[in-house]
Design a binder for this molecule. Structure first.
Ligand code: 26Q
Length: 811
């Protein structure tokens, strides 16, 4: 045995390569190395996992369960290595053995079990919970297919199924002995019992087995390991054993089995529209019922198993309304199985559940046809109906001033069940995800509910884990930061503020510049390898990476690019600091307009990148299949972060925080968390443009905006729209006509044309600013310094003390 940790690791790797893979380490493939290193991590993590569980069982602290239809975890090998203190050791050991560590880490298939912000937030929260030693766990669904893979074929998005489980997933443990049965359909029998109360039982239900797969969530440097439990749908055991190929109903059984497994078959690929598909509803109830049954069963094993005190030991956070059936499901179990009366069950439920809202877009608000709910979940529907009745009566008698608001507040109205209303009424906390978003909820979107329950409403501005999004993805910047301010920021990210003292320190700024340049070289190489496009690593990297949606206004960005192209064509000798516009975005498969925008970006890119007059000054790159691991490559290399949503529409944004933390400067509207970024860094360290939320909301309310007027008066815009109409960027003259019509004949609903002038001006100003490189670097460092506030550690501490009332575990 040796005491040098790198040699010790190499020895372990060598031995394990033999026992696990039957190979000498020098013959190992990257895949072999990936699995063997994962197994080394597991050997270290699993005992702590068991220990953490035992500590919770023994000390019985209050615990939180985060219920979410999405956990966008990405890859785990590097972050697990980092959190258990092996990252540098492993990386150096691999290098010494002659392997490329990044090649090895890249073997892991992203766990893409989320659409975007909401799912990634859930993953960051789990990392912070464990790293701060909080007793908190996630419950989700083990989708067989994650978010689709995006290929760009002839400039157009094509979706490929993401079958991420082809090879063994080393982080999960199947625990078939902890399965639960979920009931769908059937009938409810109501019987009067001896004491005159009603008893409910269900018959002829379809049964589904929920099997848990557990993933350890490793805390940073603290030996705490929490759990992410993902449920997989299978047919109940007896059924499987009963049917053989001899049975006449064998094929019927196979059909049935397939239908059941569909429940955890795939992640719905919409990030903001609500389509009302029955399978999605099944998924939601499947998650909720399995998780709540599990929480209650665990609770009943404790030393004080009376459910009267449930809410003193358990908090359940629901990630948007997607798991809002938690309200009637907890009621159902408390009443039908645990025999509580309505009032006590309601008290426990509404003291346990808390709800996070992530959107004010009306098309995204979840509603289910009541007949669908009634058919699929008859008992749950009865309970929702009763909640609604009591709620409406309560307003009538206790809040006469709100009587005329009952139709708009009701949980069931116009044949639909309004899930946000159910979530608000059934929980003790309703939070928005950035200050402005919470204010809009209180003053506009949920105004009447706020009047009813002012104390429930609170803000929790989002955050991101600085461990993954700085320490892991940008190790050179992290090391540089540690060199000048010491390592304390890793435990207390707000200490990044100490960087301010160095924001004008020339030698330091030069090193920051070097790191950024190295990161840009690495991204330029990736771009060359993936797309064949040669980008200038000295150019400004201007980045917009997020789901494609009208309100996020990728169209405004590409209009700016087209404007620059037109300018350069007209005035070829004009000076312009070279710029590379980088896009990454998936469109929902059924979102036609979003797909047209992707095509437009690609077609404009083809023209510009191949035009000798302009291609040395502007380039456009669309990177396909934007996901967590692609974000990890792009973010450290960004100079400019595009956060240009129509004000009031982006609840928070979290990409804005990741880019800021890596030294990019934001060009953005006063929307979501951009506002809080500006409040910290000040107007000279961010580029704000466009309408503010009040102005936008005023236009929506009172009208007064005419896209056609702007088209008439602004010749830059007229030229761009005419180019779209004439098919200048298309392969035929019909291409992009629908975009043209959309802008002019649907009156540009997201104010792209209205904000265009201000956006162009701001970009001109950005270009001027970039020319003073030292000053730019000062701004960049200022952004990094203030980014500590946006660590999800801060967010989680706020949830813990202001909503959940949980404390860190001491061991
Ligand atoms: C709903 C019904 C049916 C199918 C899909 C959905 C669905 C799925 C995902 C609806 C919405 C989502 C995701 C929403 C989302 O990611 N919202 C973002 O949440 C972030 C974290 O709070 C915020 O930062 C973003 O501003 C917000 O857009």
């Amino acid at each position: 045995m040796t005491h040098n940790p790198i040699e010790a690791f190499t020895e372990l790797l060598t031995e394990k390569m033999k026992t696990k893979r039957g190979k000498h380490v020098q013959d190992a493939t990257s895949k072999d190395l990936y699995y063997v290193i994962a197994s080394i991590v597991n050997d270290k993590v699993h005992p702590h996992w068991l220990q953490t569980q035992e500590t919770y069982n023994k000390k019985q602290p209050k615990q939180v369960f985060y219920l979410s239809m999405e956990f966008l975890v990405g890859r785990l090998l590097e972050s697990n290595l980092l959190n258990c203190g092996l990252h540098d050791i492993c990386t150096r050991s691999l290098k010494k053995l002659g392997f490329d560590p990044s090649e090895v880490y890249a073997q892991e298939h992203d766990a893409g079990l989320g659409n975007g912000g909401l799912g990634r937030l859930a993953a960051c929260f789990l990392d912070s919970l464990a790293s701060l030693s909080y007793p908190g766990h996630g419950y989700g669904i083990r989708y067989r297919y994650g978010l689709f893979e995006q290929k760009i074929i002839q400039d157009y998005q094509v979706e490929i199924p993401d079958y991420w489980l082809t090879e063994e997933y080393p982080w999960e443990t199947r625990r078939a002995d902890e399965a639960f049965i979920i009931h769908f359909n059937g009938e409810v029998l109501t019987e009067e019992s001896k004491d005159g109360s009603l008893e409910f039982s269900y018959i002829h239900t379809d049964q589904v087995r929920a099997i848990p797969y557990d993933i350890p969530i490793v805390g940073y440097n603290n030996q705490v390991v929490n759990s992410l439990r993902l449920w997989s749908a299978e047919s109940p055991k007896q059924e499987d054993e009963f049917f053989t190929t001899q049975n006449a109903r064998y094929y019927h059984h196979l059909d049935h089995k397939n239908a059941i497994e569909q429940i955890s078959g795939f992640l719905y690929p919409d990030d903001s529209s609500n389509e009302g598909k029955e399978l999605r509803l099944k998924q939601q109830y499947f998650l909720v019922s399995a998780s709540i049954q599990n929480i209650i069963m665990q609770y009943k094993k404790t030393s004080n198993p009376s459910l009267h005190h449930f809410h003193e030991f358990i908090a359940i956070q629901i990630n948007d309304t997607h798991p809002s059936l938690a309200v009637p499901e907890l009621m159902r179990i408390l009443m039908d199985e645990e025999k509580f009366g309505w009032d006590k069950a309601w008290e426990i439920t509404t003291k346990t559940i808390a709800y996070t809202n992530h959107t004010t877009l009306s098309e995204a608000l979840e509603k289910w046809p009541k007949t669908m709910l009634q058919g699929l979940l008859p008992r749950i529907y009865m309970i929702i109906n009763e909640i609604n009745e009591r709620f409406c009566q309560g307003i009538w008698f206790d809040h006469p001033e709100l009587r005329d608001k009952i139709p708009e507040l009701a949980i069931i109205a116009d044949e639909q069940v309004h899930m946000a209303h159910l979530a608000i009424v059934g929980s003790f906390s309703v939070n928005g995800v950035a200050r402005i978003h919470t204010e809009i909820l209180k003053k506009k979107e949920m105004k009447s509910f706020y009047q009813l329950y002012p104390a429930k409403f609170n803000n929790k501005t989002n955050g991101i884990t600085h461990r993954r999004w700085l320490l892991q993805v940008n190790p050179n910047l992290a090391n540089l930061v540690t060199e000048v301010i010491g390592p304390s920021w890793i435990q207390r990210p707000k200490q990044l503020i100490s960087l301010l003292r160095h924001s004008k320190d020339k030698p330091f700024l030069e090193k920051v510049d070097q790191v950024k340049h190295q990161n840009k070289q690495a991204l330029a190489k990736y771009i060359k390898d993936k797309t064949g496009i040669l980008v200038d690593d000295q150019s400004i990297f201007d980045v917009q990476i997020k789901r494609l949606h009208e309100y996020k206004r990728q169209l405004l960005n590409i209009f700016h690019v087209i404007y620059l192209y037109n300018e350069l064509k007209e005035n070829p000798n004009q000076h312009l600091t070279p710029r590379t516009f980088i896009f990454g975005a998936k469109a929902a498969p059924s979102y036609h307009l979003a797909k047209e925008v992707i095509k437009l970006i690609n077609k404009v890119g083809n023209i510009i990148n191949n035009d000798v007059d302009v291609r040395d000054r502007i380039k456009v790159v669309f990177l396909e299949n934007y996901n967590v691991s692609l974000a990890e490559k792009i973010i450290p290399a960004a100079d400019i972060s595009e956060q240009i949503s129509t004000a009031s529409k982006e609840a928070s944004g979290t990409g804005n925080m990741k880019l800021m933390m890596n030294g990019a400067l934001t060009v953005g509207t006063l929307d979501g968390a951009n506002i809080e970024i500006r409040d910290l860094v000040g107007d000279s360290n961010i580029f704000i443009f466009g309408l503010n939320a009040d102005e936008v909301l005023n236009y929506y309310q009172f009208g007064g905006y005419s896209a056609k007027d702007i088209y008439q008066t602004d010749e830059r815009i007229r030229k761009i729209l005419d180019q779209l109409f004439q098919g200048v960027f298309g392969s035929n003259d019909l291409e992009f006509k629908d975009l043209y019509y959309h802008m002019l004949y649907h009156n540009d609903p997201y104010f792209v044309l209205k904000d265009f002038d201000s956006y162009i001006d701001t970009h001109e100003f950005i270009e001027q600013s970039y020319r003073d490189k030292t000053n730019w670097l000062t701004k960049s460092v200022t952004n990094i310094a203030y980014s500590g506030k946006f660590s999800s550690d801060r967010t989680i501490q706020e949830y813990a003390s202001e909503i959940w009332n949980i404390r860190p575990i001491k061991r």
